[in-house]
Design a protein around this ligand. Structure first.
Ligand code: FES
Ligand code: FE
Length: 468
């Protein structure tokens, strides 16, 4: 596997990746949001070769539980075996190509194809075909060769990832320096997170990268597209006041590593409650007791010290990573969710955008709580989160308004030929003195830096060559 410095492929349009992604001026051709051939290349180079998020282990808690998910446009069966291990197999019957699991989820010790009855174990192994004595699977292949195609699988913080690429970097290498930050969200308590119900799904007429690149850390649009949120939290901005003055959360510390990113937001910038705490006079333990990180309840505070380093806890308390994404198609929101009665809850959400062709996508939303969080708090977190996130959420309704328009614009002749996405607002790397974590750090007003890092990761991943 090699990374080319110049794009090796030329599309039928005559364009190379270097024509589409102009790294000197930080522009990306709008054509990337509609080009069919580029899309097929993404299925090969990004989705088939990278680690894909499929769900959370708490969705399939029991032996023989399974769910149907996607690696790019390929359906996969994610199943738990009797020993508790989780397996990911291509949902395509090796006999004549029928889908094996037809539902979205269920529980079965044997996945049986409805066409001619071939059956498979949760780990994908071939059990047999009907009329065993007649050996209806033939004699040319052994049973061991007739199982479902198996993916390489990794569980991180309860999240299930898989790839077809046997030579893909280890999951730790895929995370790189991002792991320090991500562990603060997914690996911080004894029993970890659990899902609050099934994931929500919604279809959108948009290219998957509309959300992919926004997940690269677009803080900018919160000032305008999500303006109601600022008005609700900080008072009306109508009358011409500068939204930046009433959106202090725009001043944060953005971190980028391997195309992944998180935005650490100093808590006293956001909430009067935090400012009133006069945190400089308080110990970390006192701050944790008064305003724990999003999703952490008082009973869980002692567990943080078991799982995280002092530096991680300090960052989590003072400037928790709250929004961000993982390359290529994961979005994270682990945010404080203030309630009308003054109670401070957490809203823990995660999305993926699943490609369904160059002009169509499916947007998935999972909501979480810490497993050992009190049940009444989980209830409130669920109610509060579904008002904000996913299909019913006020915030993401805004986002789903713009993606289809961008995609339509990319279909037009002039639009795809001449227009570019621009990432020219540059803050630059400026890691604050004593910053505890690695990666590229951009401290200050959120600009286009981490989103451009997302495109750099895209460029590098698309330019790798593989033996398919
Ligand atoms: Fe599945 Fe024939 S296609 S058993
Ligand atoms: Fe948004």
């Amino acid at each position: 596997m090699d990374i080319a410095t110049k794009s090796l492929r030329t599309l039928r349009t005559g364009k190379t990746l270097d024509d589409l992604i102009k790294r000197d001026t930080r522009e990306v051709s709008l054509a990337v949001l509609s080009d069919e051939e580029l899309y097929q290349w993404e299925l090969e180079n990004l989705f088939a070769m990278s680690w894909n998020l499929l769900g959370h282990k708490s969705e399939i808690p029991d032996a023989n539980d399974y769910m149907v998910r996607h690696i790019g446009e390929d359906q996969v069966i994610v199943a738990r075996d009797r020993q508790g291990a989780i397996h990911v197999s291509l949902n395509v019957c090796p006999h004549r190509g029928m889908r094996v699991a037809l539902g979205e989820e269920g529980n079965t010790p044997a996945h049986k194809c409805i066409y001619h009855g071939w059956a498979f174990r949760p780990n994908g192994d071939f059990i047999g075909a009907p009329v065993e004595k007649e050996q209806m699977h033939g004699a040319l292949c052994s049973k061991a060769e007739l199982g479902l195609k198996k993916a390489r699988t990794h569980i991180y913080g309860g999240l299930i990832f898989a790839t077809w690429n046997e030579n893909a970097p280890s999951f730790d290498d895929y995370l790189g320096e991002f792991k320090f930050y991500l562990d603060m969200l997914f690996n911080r308590t004894d029993n970890g997170l659990e899902v609050l119900g099934a994931p929500q799904k919604v279809s959108m007429d948009c290219n998957w990268k509309c959300n992919g690149e926004q997940s690269g850390g677009d803080g900018f649009h919160t000032l305008t597209l999500h303006r109601f949120l600022i008005d609700t939290l900080f008072g009306s901005t109508e009358g011409g006041s500068d939204p930046a003055d009433v959106a202090p959360a725009m001043y944060g510390i953005n971190v980028s590593a391997n195309g992944h990113n998180l935005r650490c937001i100093p808590v006293e910038m956001t909430f009067a409650m935090a400012r009133d705490m006069n945190a400089t006079q308080m110990s970390l333990a006192e701050q944790l007791a008064k305003l724990p990180p999003p999703g952490i309840t008082q009973n869980l505070v002692p567990q943080l010290t078991k799982h995280l380093s002092d530096k991680q806890i300090e960052l989590l308390v003072k400037a928790a990573p709250q929004v961000g994404g993982m390359f290529p198609n994961i979005q994270l929101a682990f945010v404080y969710a203030p309630q009308p009665d003054g109670e401070m809850l957490g809203g823990l959400g995660m999305h993926i955008i699943v490609p369904k062709g160059p002009l169509r996508s499916e947007f998935w939303t999972w909501l979480f709580a810490e497993k050992d969080c009190p049940e009444d708090i989980k209830e409130k977190m669920l109610r509060s989160s579904i008002q904000q996130l996913g299909t019913s959420g006020l915030i993401e309704m805004d986002d789903s308004d713009v993606y289809p328009h961008m995609t339509l614009a990319a279909k037009g002749y002039k639009g795809r030929k001449d227009m570019t996405l621009k990432y020219q607002a540059i803050l630059g790397e400026n890691k604050p003195e004593g910053w505890p974590g690695g990666g590229k750090v951009f401290a200050g007003f959120s600009k286009d830096d981490t989103q451009w890092e997302w495109w750099e990761a895209y460029y590098a991943a698309m330019n790798k060559t593989y033996d398919y």
